[in-house]
Design a protein around this ligand. Sequence first.
Ligand code: NAP
Length: 494
Amino acid sequence: MSTLPEKVRILVVGAGFAGLGAAIKLDEAGEHDFVVVDKGETVGGTWRDNTYPGAACDVPSQLYSFSFAPNPSWSRSFSPQPEIQAYLEDVARTSGVLDRFHFGVSVTGAAWDETDRVWTVDTSAGTVVADVLISGSGGLSEPKLPEIDGIEDFRGEIFHSAQWNHDVDLTGKRVAVIGTGASAIQIIPSIVEKVAHLDVYQRTAPWVMPRHDRAYTGIERLGFRFVPGFQKLYRTAIYWGRETFVPAFTWQPKIATPAKLAALKNIERGIADPELRAKVTPDFEIGCKRILISNTYYPALARSSTTLVTDRIASITPTGIVTTDGTEREVDCIIVATGFYTTDQPIAHGIKGRDGRTLADVWAEHGMASYKGTTTRGFPNLFQIVGANTGLGHSSMVFIIESQIAYILSALATMKERGVAAVEPTQQAQDAWNTDLQRRMKRTVWSTGGCASWYLDEHGRNTTLWPRTTFTFRSQLKRFDLDAYDTITKELAS
Ligand code: NAP
């Protein structure tokens, strides 16, 4: 691999869907002077890192892929992780931009230089000066370990779902899984048959709908490959089908009653024991937390070799887990499936803006807030992909990512056309954007559904999700709106 240049026009952080997509589109737009850095050894981001057994996407593959790189080879409606990773590697290989990717390089800090109007970015491979910084480091990239007394003293194997230790053979072992979120409910059915005993530590029962997954037929796959427009038709139908879920999340949770009934039926189908059924029945509105999908989770909990523990964890000893009722359950291995830093992203602590404060400092008071989830007051020429309030409860993040990439390209083109060296959203534009978001947020099921979730920050504000349709997001970011920005022209900058 070539050495990291000292100066570049655009530095992209992260080589997941966001960074890879940005690199391809930058190149297509004639912006060849860029590099992409990633702490990992290949592209893929979260799909490279999450290799736990059973990892798969719960958004259909036809939609969970780049619009500009359809994949006729998807084997099923919901792709497993290895297929998504292979897809991303394939897209990268054929894109012609991989020569500008630098793997095994972590960003340790970045600071805006107000005199030279550039970003000085410190990385594990040296310092890079860039006019524009694009962060595609992802909302779910930093594993969150629970703060449990004694966790560091555990003498068996312990690892996070996103850092699966494939050297550990779970066969015949006593295993504990902490958490019952999207990752855990995929892991549990995948390991339950091989372990001697499984303890599942549930803090909150999630809503789990049936998973309508199936292998594509040979005819369908031929159609995807050879019939023009056939795959696009699938994608479009899935897209619009998913958009119909939006009113239930953002306006009237009662619309989700059929989904709730299907989820309750899923419990009935998978579990016969009334006591266990009661334990797994959620006590909040469906949609308030991410809706999960699985046909195998409840049957895995119902097995005689599984114990669902709903007492809170008090501590971890060198040999097991103790709950608040005083029971200690000895285990050989603990799988920590407790999620990620979402509202307090570690990268925010390393990016220093115009006045020397980090994104984390600026957001400490009122929570994450940006303009269009992409740019932030005080941080000129910083573009975040999957920034504040861009997450989805119903559809594909790749759609959001492509919308943001288009906005960034439009910004770069506008800057070139108008001779602008730096752009930064006005405080007024940013405040108006967030006031509107938070007003809309009030009536969403994420606020009214009676749950605590990673969507909300410590102030109780939802700073992670987009509370409208995805086509509205796309139309809002269609063109770069220079009038919402303060600018520095090139003459002034020089
Ligand atoms: P998550 O949804 O945040 O779930 C974390 C789980 O750990 C929750 O059940 C949580 O309980 C529990 N937990 C956290 N701290 C705990 C503690 N100290 N003691 C006991 N339990 C604790 O994390 P995730 O499952 O890794 O999923 C994160 C996100 O990744 C998902 O929402 C989704 O966006 C994405 N994801 C997607 C897929 C997919 O497409 N199939 C798969 C995996 C992940 P509480 O509910 O009580 O907080």
